[in-house]
Design a binder for this molecule. Structure first.
Ligand code: GTP
Ligand code: SPV
Ligand code: MN
Length: 601
């Protein structure tokens, strides 16, 4: 390594804010010695630095400038067509033993994996700039807040992390000088963006992440799935808190009573939309506010769960976003947004399937090809994304920066299920709720590579994100429950049930307020419910369906528990538990047996 100081590039005063912490400096030196970059660029997150990086990215075609009148300070990024989603098959949890990673994770030996990755990283930044990004996850005064550093050779990553995290000097200040302080080491290199050399590796014991060969969001914004969920869940178990794939929203009644709920839906199953919900006309005076749209860190305080959103921005699904489905998201992404893999209009605007209005007569699609409404291909990739600061959200909750977090009244699980699972039901108690989470399933989506629409078990929406043994994770949920004197109620929802002719039975989006209202009523002890074998179910009268254009049969179908479908479902629970090879806690096995007995199994 020649020189850690930037020479001519970048200009003086940019890219040179170094951390004072010696442990960080030593690590950066070690990685630079390995990767051999031309320059080391120390990011500070300032406006000046941002403008410099935008200009560089436009020069090098990392970004395309959009029409600045239509979408101010917003840009389009197109990733390699072989690199458009998370790659679960190339994601590894490298604990000392395979058993610690458990039956649901890909495991590889840490020593061997470090050696393999070192081989791939050797000299990989020759002739290029290595960026060092300090970032903070969580509000500055939260006891859960974590510091991470990401080393990367991608400007897209730097620009995105500035939106997604609290980046730069604020993180350096929070970390301080103590060389033994806890912080996460993240190393990312694009290499040659080759799927054969694409590995997302986690070393929970070392608080380290190494990601190579991809430039796509969830694989490379190491703050998000890698730190806040995989490493986060590992630390959470050790430190007695919870790191979950959950949105957090506030809901306030017209007379000013406010509840917060957290909801775990798998990838591309409606978290961002639910977190930004605008209640329909009929619910005049009700207000929904967003704390977070993807990740919740929760801890116990006074016998209750309190949640913070560790992130600072949204990395959201673009297709389907419109002024009808999600006006708050539309306003959020109207400026200061990075779009990835959407289509470009002839006047420099962005377009996607499901946007308001007619498709334009001509577009450049996400693959840079000409597109017309007659084209067979989608103009925007189904997993195209926006990256936008949470401050852009008109419905941002005022307590989003509160370090103690917001008190959680209800936890909601939900998946994308065409059949079997009713619109909403409530668990009998915490442990039953843990069972609902542990056995939830969802049809797979474009958020990860692989088949779409296949039903798979995705416990607590954490299947791809739990950084340790899933059996221990279930036990951790049960153990947390024992410490709560005022536990949240637990519900399960399904916005995606379909009729025999394949149409969604429930209108969804803003109308989900009707289901949320029932859950809030239950929290306040006022909502009615019928006891069913699977949990408490609303009768059609318990749901406020006034002024909703939906027929009675659809409501009956939405709330129906079909005996045969549930026999199959419970058999699938057993198959899933059996597939985990004996790690499932006894308490959950017993719950399953009781449920099976209810259905004559
Ligand atoms: P990740 O960012 O991958 O974690 O996804 P997410 O859980 O935040 O999902 P998001 O809210 O982005 O929604 C994903 C897709 O589901 C989008 O195309 C939405 O339009 C659609 N969607 C969201 N909510 C509903 C709903 O209530 N009903 C229906 N039918 N579709 C919905
Ligand atoms: C998800 O897949 O759950 C996401 C998008 O939130 S990504 O960051 O790519 O994982
Ligand atoms: Mn997600």
């Amino acid at each position: 390594m020649k020189n850690l100081a930037p020479a001519i590039f970048p200009p003086k005063g940019i890219g040179d804010v170094r951390p004072a912490n010696k442990a960080v400096l030593d690590w950066v030196h070690e990685i630079a010695t390995l990767t051999q970059p031309e320059n080391v660029f120390w990011c500070d997150g300032s406006e000046r630095e941002h403008e410099f990086l935008i200009a560089e990215s436009l020069n090098q075609n990392v970004l395309v400038e959009l029409n600045q009148k239509k979408v101010p300070r917003s840009y389009l990024h197109r990733s390699n067509p072989n690199d458009v989603a998370r790659v679960e098959q190339f994601t590894f949890v490298c604990t000392p033993t395979k058993q610690e990673a458990g039956p649901t994770n890909n495991w590889s030996d840490p020593t061997e994996t470090y050696a393999k990755l070192r081989g791939l990283l050797a000299g990989c930044m020759r002739g290029r700039t290595m960026f060092v990004i300090p970032y903070m996850m969580g509000p500055a005064d939260s006891p859960l807040t974590k510091i991470g550093f990401e080393i990367t050779d991608s400007k897209y990553v730097v620009l995105s992390l500035r939106i997604m995290t609290r980046m730069g000097e604020i993180a350096l200040k929070q970390l301080g000088n103590d060389p033994s302080a806890e912080w996460n080491r993240g190393v990312h290199s694009l290499l040659d963006v080759n799927p054969e050399r694409r590995f997302i590796c986690h070393f929970p014991q070392d608080n380290t992440i190494i990601s190579v060969g991809s430039g796509y969001g969830g694989n490379v914004l190491l703050s998000k799935k890698c730190l806040a969920l995989r490493i986060g869940s590992y630390l959470a178990r050790k430190q007695n808190w919870m790191a979950e794939h959950m949105l957090i929203l506030g809901v306030e009644s017209p007379d000013g009573r406010k509840h917060y709920v957290a909801a775990a839906f798998p990838s591309a199953c409606g978290k961002t939309n639910f977190a930004m919900l605008i209640p329909p006309e009929h619910f005049k005076g009700w207000k929904v506010t967003t704390v977070g749209d993807d990740i919740a860190w929760m801890r116990i305080r006074d016998g209750r769960l309190y949640a913070v959103n560790p992130e600072n921005g949204y990395f959201g699904v673009v297709p389907g976003t419109s002024n009808k489905s999600n006006p708050n998201a539309m306003r959020s992404i109207a400026h200061d947004t990075i779009y990835t893999n959407v289509a470009l209009t002839d006047d420099g605007n962005v377009w996607w399937e499901g946007k308001d209005g007619e498709p334009p007569a001509h577009l450049i699609d996400w693959r840079r090809n000409d597109w017309t409404p007659q084209s067979q291909e989608k103009a925007a990739h189904p997993n195209s994304r926006f990256t936008t600061p949470m401050r852009n959200n008109p419905a941002l909750d005022p307590d989003v920066e509160k370090g103690e977090g917001v008190p959680i009244s209800a936890i909601i699980f939900g998946g994308r299920r065409s059949d079997t699972v009713p619109l909403v039901y409530q668990a009998f108690d915490w442990n039953h709720g843990v069972y609902l989470g542990a056995t939830m399933a969802s049809e797979t989506t474009a958020a990860a590579t692989g088949a779409v629409g296949r039903v798979r078990r995705d416990p607590m929406a954490m299947l791809p994100f739990c950084g340790y043994n899933i059996g221990d994770y279930f036990q951790h949920w049960l153990d947390i429950g024992k410490q709560l004197t005022n536990p949240p109620l637990i519900f399960n929802v399904n916005w995606f049930r379909k009729s025999a002719d394949g149409k969604f039975l429930w209108p969804g989006f803003g109308e989900n307020m009707r289901v949320l209202k029932w859950m809030i009523d239950r929290c306040e002890g006022s909502g009615g419910a019928l006891k069913s074998p699977i949990g408490w179910l609303p009768s059609p009268h318990d749901l406020d369906l006034a002024e909703l254009d939906i027929d009675h049969n659809a409501v009956d179908e939405l709330l129906c528990i079909d005996h045969e479908e549930w026999q199959k479902e419970i058999a699938a629970h057993k198959e899933f538990f059996d597939s985990l090879g004996g790690v499932v806690p006894e308490e959950l096995q017993e719950r399953r047996e009781q449920l099976a007995a209810e259905f004559d199994l």
